[in-house]
Design a protein around this ligand. Structure first.
Ligand code: HEC
Length: 154
């Protein structure tokens, strides 16, 4: 009688299962010899994340230079290149391998760059932007202290 209801609840179950898989699964991680958590990725996935990391560092460089020159527009545009480079986002196949704490640190880092750019454009107070950069870079160092990447052996 209510085929649509069955269809809808079926869909709901699939969505809930997908969300549970995404948020609850611990990802593909193991203890590394140096005490950090090793996240095991394919070589291509590792290359992708590391290239994003180098983009982070380039943006940090751009922000630092902008601060030295008191050039808030340069800071904002340096952060924008980061957003443009990541427009596609990470594929789900990669996301499910990342532990939850890693994913939230990564999201906070992206959010931190955006807030910093807004701060630079709105208030333009170099001292405050510098403080934001310090907070932001604590996320870099926290994550690097806790995680490393390893590639799948086959
Ligand atoms: C959510 C975790 C996380 C955050 C946040 C993070 N990184 Fe990384 N980053 C990593 C991991 C893991 C590696 C690989 C380290 C390893 O395997 O030893 C890495 C590697 C790098 C590398 C080396 C890239 C290469 O080509 O080898 C750079 C540079 C880097 N990160 C910069 C940054 C900067 C700058 C920030 C902050 C703005 C940042 N990262 C934030 C996890 C993170």
């Amino acid at each position: 009688m209510c085929k649509i209801c069955w269809g809808l609840s079926g869909l709901l179950v699939v969505i809930i299962a997908a969300l549970a898989y995404f948020f609850v699964l611990p990802g593909s991680a193991e203890k590394a010899e140096d005490g950090r958590t090793a996240i095991v990725l394919t070589p291509a996935e590792r290359d992708m994340v590391l290239s994003e990391m180098r983009g982070f560092l380039e943006t940090v460089q751009g922000i630092t230079e902008g601060l030295a020159d008191n050039d808030m527009e340069a800071i904002a545009s340096s952060v924008r290149t980061l957003g443009a480079a990541n427009a596609g986002g990470a594929p789900v196949s990669l996301m499910v391998k990342l532990p939850g704490a890693f994913r939230s640190l990564a999201m906070e880092t992206h959010g931190g760059f955006d807030e910093l750019a807004m701060e630079a454009e709105d208030m333009g107070d170099a001292q405050i932007v510098l403080g934001r950069l310090g907070d932001l870079m604590r996320k870099c160092t926290t994550c690097h202290a806790g995680y490393r990447f390893e590639t799948e052996r086959r």
